[in-house]
Design a protein around this ligand. Structure first.
Ligand code: OSB
Ligand code: MG
Length: 382
């Protein structure tokens, strides 16, 4: 296994430092429209938020787990348990981030819970040194290309309306969800109207190897990639399927660690990786995974979990890091929410790019009244 170079945070800034106050909240914010995948349709965003205060600095984590285990096994409640019972007790002020990561490895899996804690700590480190978060990750100031993930629609007509609207807003690529019965004809209709649109599909594991012949017919549509066609934990069968497709496979649900990514790449199970910082245990593992992928000529982009403004900002900072060359699933806030808990909401510039929120740390401010309005639970832990 390749040992990728760790993110280089200057030694004197590596320490976690004293955490004076710790809060956990759960927010529930309605979606503008329900978001459907082959597995589940969600009508609101429920997210566990972690607030770490150190002196005058505040770092936020947003756990990407849903209240249900329909995307991956972790849930809001399982993450809350792991965070409070196993992760927060490890936060010793003298500990350096690298040592914390080693201690986190002893706690198996639970990557979404780990990411929540690590991401909040990284903001504190950034804030103490007065740097934007992306600089701590080794990123450079650049405009981030945008991408939209269009959920399953009722009809092909409704899908075409969604695509037209996204194209008019200058999104750099469009992903459409597919499932059995909503695939070939639906992609064909989009291609007929938009022959040159950078387009991809995401099946969230709806197919099996027996569908290989069916999936091969997608090769006609010059898709950028097909995301997670087979089972969520099935790297091996993706390696068989990839040999039968011209279209690149991109893995999402199957990849939780750098070891998973290396296994998938060595087996030829994918040519592209969707890196969701929450799914792989945080920003630091994401940066390592992107470096590994670059060395193996594997395309990389940042996925999304329809996050609130906190998680959205985290994903944006990550994409300032070298290697995130393909447009990710980072869309405008307004596509999902009428109102968010942070300022400023994500907006595309006239060329469809996303500016990195300015200033030290995350660069977005949580609005206390909004947090109160959407919070369904709040626990002060320290
Ligand atoms: O498969 O990428 C996915 C949302 C929730 C769960 C799984 C997925 C998604 C998305 C939305 O596709 C991406 C986004 O806009 O944040
Ligand atoms: Mg996906």
């Amino acid at each position: 296994m390749t040992e990728e170079k760790a993110v280089e945070i200057p030694a004197e800034q590596q320490r976690i430092g004293t955490i004076d106050r710790i809060d956990l909240a759960v927010v529930r914010i309605p979606f503008v429209q329900p978001f459907g995948t082959s597995v589940q349709t969600w009508s609101c965003k429920e997210a566990l938020l972690l607030r770490l205060q150190s002196g005058s600095h505040v770092g936020w984590g947003e756990c990407v787990a849903d209240p249900d285990p329909y995307y991956l096994p972790e849930t809001t409640e399982s993450a809350r348990y792991i965070i409070t019972r196993f992760l927060l007790p490890l936060l010793d002020p003298g500990l350096e981030m690298g040592e914390l990561a080693r201690q986190f490895r002893r706690i198996r899996g639970n990557q979404m819970a780990k990411a929540t804690v690590e991401n909040a700590l990284l903001q504190l480190i950034a804030l103490r040194s007065g740097e934007p978060l992306y600089r701590i990750l080794g990123g450079t100031d650049r405009r981030i290309p945008s991408g939209l993930s269009i959920g399953l629609q009722e009809s092909i007509g409704a899908l075409l309306e969604e695509v037209r609207s996204a194209v008019s807003r200058k999104y750099h690529r469009i992903k459409m969800k597919i499932q059995h019965g909503k695939d070939l004809d639906w992609v064909r209709a989009v291609r007929a109207e938009f022959p040159e649109l950078p387009l991809m599909v995401d099946a969230n594991g709806d197919y099996s190897l027996a569908d290989a012949g069916h999936l091969r017919r997608l090769d006609d549509f010059r898709l950028m990639m097909i995301e997670q066609p087979l089972g969520y934990a099935d790297i091996y069968r993706h390696s068989i399927l990839q040999k039968q497709l011209e279209t690149a496979i991109c893995l999402d649900e199957s990849i939780h660690t750098l070891e998973d990514a290396a296994a998938a790449v060595d087996l030829g199970a994918c040519r592209i990786l969707n890196i969701k910082q929450g799914r792989v245990g945080g920003l630091l593992e994401s940066v390592r995974m992107a470096a590994f992928a670059a060395g193996r000529k594997i395309g990389v982009w940042s996925g999304g979990m329809d996050e609130t403004g906190i998680g959205r900002a985290l994903n944006i900072h990550l994409q300032a890091v070298p290697g995130f060359d393909l447009p990710g699933d980072t869309s405008e806030t307004a596509h999902y929410f009428r109102e968010d808990i942070i300022d400023q909401p994500v907006r595309l510039d006239p060329e469809g790019f996303i500016p990195i929120p300015p200033g030290p740390g995350l660069g977005v401010e949580v609005i206390p009244e909004r947090l109160m309005k959407y919070a369904i639970a709040w626990h002060r832990i320290r």
